[in-house]
Write a protein of this length. Structure first.
Length: 437
């Protein structure tokens, strides 16, 4: 190993667990075409892996697309192909080999031994990016918990290595390395238990805030979409917020909620949520379930799509798969195609034919934003329902909400409170339910 190579491998990113690290410097990417997937689809996914690698702070040196009839249980791509690529990566002085698929702990151990460098799968890479970008307490807790759960089953191989280095013992003998392994496992399990409790407390506080927003009767619209589709830029454009905007994947991990309010228009809350990618690992979806709950609890989803992406249908499908996983696929949706300022007339016509109900917008230039707000307002007020209510005087906020969000038909006062008939959107009708007469 060259001196320069050894120096690079000494650096560490933020995604660390005890003495375990994800090392990402000079990277070699491997994609795999399996039955049921096309080469074109895998090439697009590999391009996305390159973007993820760049976001993690690494340099993509080279890549390979491998065709397989089936997954090899020991080496994923087969031992022969892995040996062939190991010679190439050693010649290129590669620090880390990144697979565009999920590897089992055994596959990862076998490949690391064969390549002689770190091997990281798609889930490990995304976790590293999440660890770098988590800013809120809940975000940091969710990332650390996901990292620990990811690394726990991968301790075994590292323990063997420790045992062999420390005592020269075989895997059947009880050596210092195995004692270290048991200690690491115990430490991680203890930390997982503590994090679960801390996260439950923090999520409880977040849920209280969410319920408080719901009780305000102002409907909530959650912006969902592929990572880097422009969600934060749109939130800033509509609400004059100052949410961080970066041309990077997963720049936003923590939900941000702002109020949209203009004279003569019904107000609504607008929430910016974490972006999605293809093959978002199930474990990550579960780890960030409390954050993604903003989408499941919304009255309306604003599904923002990067119209300049060469695979718009793939973006939409990937997002809807995650929405289904968090039980948000039943929430009404508006499809908005963003970044249309970068399209030519032919591209616009093609997308308009594919998605005739979509709203064309540019969060950057402001094009189409008035039409988007109109579409949101129409969706929130669709299906008005008439309610007869008796609201006590100590809930004047509900009377104000009835005027703000609906159309008051009649209103009078008696000794118990305010009696009124009102037409309100179905989206908020359930919140008046306790006071129906």
């Amino acid at each position: 190993m060259s001196q320069e190579h050894a120096s690079r491998r000494g650096r560490r990113l933020t995604a660390t667990v005890t003495d375990l690290t994800v090392v990402v410097q000079r990277a070699f990417l491997i994609g795999v075409v399996l039955p049921g997937t096309s080469e074109e689809e895998e090439e697009r996914s590999l391009e996305e892996l390159a973007l993820l690698t760049d976001t993690a702070g690494a340099e993509v040196v080279d890549q390979e697309l491998v065709k397989r009839a089936e997954i090899d249980p020991a080496y994923f791509i087969g031992k022969g192909k892995a040996q062939e690529l190991a010679q190439l990566t050693q010649a290129l002085d590669i620090d880390v080999v990144l697979f565009d698929h999920q590897l089992t702990p055994a596959q990862q151990r076998n490949l690391q031994n064969l390549f002689g460098c770190d091997v990281v799968d798609r889930e490990g890479l995304i976790l590293d990016i999440f660890a770098q970008h988590a800013r809120s307490r809940i975000g940091a807790l969710q990332v650390e918990l996901a990292l620990l759960r990811y690394h726990l089953p991968r301790l075994r191989g590292k323990g063997k290595s420790m045992a062999q280095q420390a005592s020269g013992a075989g895997i059947t003998n009880r050596g210092p390395g195995e004692t270290k392994l048991e200690l690491d496992r115990r430490k991680i399990l203890t930390r997982i238990s503590r994090l679960e409790k801390e996260l439950a407390e923090s999520v409880g506080h977040q849920e209280t805030q969410r319920k408080r927003r719901r009780s305000s009767l102002v409907p909530q619209v959650s912006i969902v979409g592929y990572t880097n589709a422009g969600k934060s830029t749109l939130l800033n454009a509509l609400t004059d917020a100052d949410v961080l905007v970066e041309d990077r994947l997963f720049a936003t991990l923590d939900p941000t909620v702002r109020r949209y309010e203009r004279p003569g228009q019904r107000p609504f809350l607008l929430a910016d949520t974490v972006g999605f990618v293809r093959r978002l690992p199930h474990g990550l979806v579960q780890a960030f379930r409390s954050t993604l709950q903003e989408a499941a609890d919304a009255d309306l989803l604003l599904h923002l799509v990067d119209a300049t992406d060469p695979d718009v249908p793939g973006q939409i499908e990937a997002v809807r798969e995650v929405l289904a996983e968090i039980d948000a696929d039943g929430v009404p949706e508006i499809l908005a195609l963003n970044k249309v300022d970068a399209l030519d007339e032919g591209q616009r016509k093609r997308l308009a034919n594919l998605y005739p109900d979509a709203v064309f917008v540019s969060a950057l230039t402001g094009e189409g934003l008035d039409e988007l707000v109109e579409a949101i307002t129409n969706a929130l007020t669709a299906g008005l329902v008439t309610l007869s209510l008796a609201i006590p005087y100590d809930r004047g906020d509900l009377v104000a909400a009835a005027h703000e969000l609906g159309e008051v038909i009649t209103e009078k006062h008696d000794e118990d409170g305010t009696v009124l008939d009102v037409r309100v959107p179905v989206a908020v009708a359930s919140r008046f339910e306790p006071y129906r007469r």
